[in-house]
Design a protein around this ligand. Structure first.
Ligand code: ADP
Length: 167
């Protein structure tokens, strides 16, 4: 079973083999964490993403990390659900993002993976429920990944993830 850690910071600065991007289906970059990752990885990330698009909500695909600092070698792009009031199976799509990202990490041989709080920004997922789904899913999916870090950008998200981890 993987060790699970909750931290606060910028995911592009994580010392892990693979970071997960909360992307959109076009895989061409966007705002929020997606913008930060594309900025740090350089323009080749957009080309590599575009070649793999579209990525459907709940699925995940990998590209190289390009100009991101070592040890990051891979970016795993997953597309979270847009929150529609809970009427569109959002919870299972969000869980699928975490599960599929870990499956892709396994296929890459990644031993350490960092996740952002998928869908809790522009996509509007209620952050407390999203934190619970993140923790519950990464805890229960079988994986060869040894270290999973849930990276909160802001303090409230850090506190919700910590509460979910301890709850
Ligand atoms: P989504 O479209 O999936 O909602 P966002 O990027 O808008 O994605 O937000 C997802 C989460 O990522 C939010 O909690 C946001 O605060 C966080 N975030 C933004 N920039 C970074 C970053 N550089 N590192 C880690 N998390 C980040």
């Amino acid at each position: 079973m993987a060790r699970l850690e909750v931290v606060q910071g910028d995911i592009t600065r994580e010392a892990v083999d693979a970071i997960v991007n909360a992307a959109n289906s076009s895989l061409r970059g966007g705002g929020g964490v997606d913008g930060a990752i594309h900025w740090a990885a350089g323009p080749r990330l957009k080309e590599a993403g575009a070649a793999l698009a579209p990525c459907l909500p709940g699925d995940a695909v990998a590209t190289p990390a390009f100009d991101l600092d070592p040890p990051i070698r891979h970016v795993i792009h997953t597309v979270g659900p847009v929150w529609k009031g809970g009427t569109r199976d959002e919870a299972s799509v969000l869980a699928s993002c975490y599960r599929r990202s870990l499956e892709v990490a396994d296929s890459l041989g990644a031993r350490s993976v960092a996740f952002p709080a998928i869908s809790t920004g522009v996509f509007g997922y209620p952050p407390e429920e999203a934190a619970r789904i993140a923790v519950d899913t990464v805890r229960t999916v079988p994986t060869r990944v040894e270290l999973i870090r849930l990276v909160a950008y802001d303090r409230p998200t850090y506190e919700l993830l910590t509460a979910a981890l301890e709850g």
